[in-house]
Design a binder for this molecule. Sequence first.
Ligand code: AMP
Ligand code: MG
Length: 406
Amino acid sequence: MIELSEAQEIVLKSISQLPATKTPLSGCDGLVSYGAIYAGESIPPFDNTAVDGFALSFESVQAGNKEFEIVGTIAAGDPGDIPIGGSTTVRIMTGAPMPEGADCVLMVEDSVVTEKDGKSFLTFSKRPREFENVRKAGSDIVQGQLLFPSNTQLFAGHLGVLASLGISEITAFPRARVGIISTGSELTDTPGPLQHGQIRDSNRPMLFSLVKEMGAIPMDLGTIKDDRESLRDGFLKAASSCDVLLSSGGVSVGDFDYTKQILDELSNGTMSWMQIAIRPAKPFAFGHIGSTPVFGLPGNPVSSAVSFELLARPAIRKMMGHQKLFRTVVPAVAKTDIHRRADGKIHFVRVTANLEMNGKIYIDPQSGQSSHLLYSMANSNALAIVPDGTGYMAGDEVSTLILRML
Ligand code: AMP
Ligand code: MG
């Protein structure tokens, strides 16, 4: 058996980033940027008002002027070329440019407007302060500043900022196209009753969802029967249609595991067949068919999901330009005992993790932990990392890998 970290290293050292490409902003959500991005403009681009009200010269307010003739209105989108000063003001709407001579805005709620001889006048009881309610040009972003360093994952806020600067495409790492196949003559997709000995394929839909969730592009490439010709054809076709291939089943030592022979042949002997000191997900294979990395995940559904998490997901993240490759591990408190026996392996125990009112994360192990018991995977959102030994007692602190938000 080899350590998990060694297996991860074997995989990651032979995975390269996909070439970054120019991508329209609308397709960039969740992608990782390539190269630093600088601001070509300032935001806001001009001084403007934060409220609906009246634009005033602070100097004339300070001089004791109490009544101002309203000489016009500036709406958002107007150029705002109605200079004011002395005892004049303009109505101004949120987002409209400050007119020449104005450097503060009185909120409409604090104003009193009176009519005299067909003219309108503003008075107020509460004097505005200098620059009150003015959003200065460049107060958010200054032209030329570094916006986002290389390898920034772009979320809604980043896309909003880029759009505000008129940036319509950026150079980013693409979403990896991840082919997913299942191997096994027992697997069926046919609806209706199962023949005795058949089971339905749960790995493909599960891996499809995990791939989609991480922002890559899952490609359902079907099921391959356990015979040499189907496996050879299936793997060759699959590997040529994607950036990275996930296959499940056939990586342990069953009599009909031709997968091993075929993958050895197709990969020119680059496949490493590993027994990793973890439970579940001990058997694992990795290599390349042509230039396509191929992950041979175990068939047992829980093992397949766990080896995806620990080995495939970090590699796909690396391809997509991420610098943080691994899931977050947090200290959590065991709610009940977590028993195990010593077997030389690290156990990844399916748990429900909850953030409680005292700010601590508590974990509850699911009852079925065998690698064929997928139901307990559905009900867990984290994996407790239980090192070799006899486990933990209730109240112990346990390093826990978070799979989904708490
Ligand atoms: P294998 O790794 O091919 O020896 O499969 C180990 C176990 O996982 C067997 O019980 C298989 O029937 C089961 N299995 C393999 N592939 C799948 C799959 N795609 N969906 C559900 N169970 C599977
Ligand atoms: Mg099989």
